[in-house]
Design a protein around this ligand. Sequence first.
Ligand code: GLP
Length: 263
Amino acid sequence: MFVMEILVMPDPAAVGEEAARAVTRILAARPRPVLGIATGSSPIATYESLARAAAEGEFDPSAVTAFALDEYVGLPLDHPESYHRVVQRDVVEKLGLSPERVHVLDGTASDLKEECADFERRMQAAGGVDVQILGIGANGHIGFNEPGSSLGSRTRIKTLAPQTRRDNARFFGGRIGDVPIHCLTQGIQTIMEARSIVLVAHGAGKAEAVAAMIEGPSGAHCPASALQWHPRAIVVLDEEAAAGLKHREYYDFARDNSGSSLV
Ligand code: GLP
């Protein structure tokens, strides 16, 4: 069954709680749960809610294997903004995941193509991703798949868009020159193979990208719009991120009338 569920929450904290509930529910049903993790500011509240759920015994992090979406090329692994460090700090430590079960692409590998191929092999060996947490870039990117990325792409080396480098300069003390130019990222097709996707977005800066993802034509101009073809995508938004949606009334109506026997 193909379904994109759109849930609009009053504020970013509620977005995190709702997303964490969905992730917990999906992983609880899996004997060897595999979680896809995203970096960036959007999923922070989700990780905080998952950490609370773990502390209260509602979510068991002990058996979880995790795969991160992307990584900068050339940043030392111990750089505070390398996704190795960010994943360690924001996800592994908060949730209590076993570090040896958490996979992050190595942007310092001597053979980057082989690193990407090996990462895909590790994902397959783990049985694929059960639920992928996603944010969305202001330009509609998912992972680091910038506009124009092939919808059939797999994990590979990419050049970051100037807008993404400007957006992420805030993590590098505002110095755009310090933001790497290249990255490794799971491809759009790789992401689409996750059995479920939970995408979170908040803030007015995401409203245009969110509207294009959900209601625009599906195409490479907005990589997140590939999710229109995903069998099980849950999109959790705050009011500001949902502000550009034309069919908001319908999404709310569908949510309020979706009995568990229907979806
Ligand atoms: C980053 C990450 C994405 C993230 C997006 C939005 O650069 N590579 O995975 O979803 O851009 O970031 P933020 O959530 O901080 O707005």
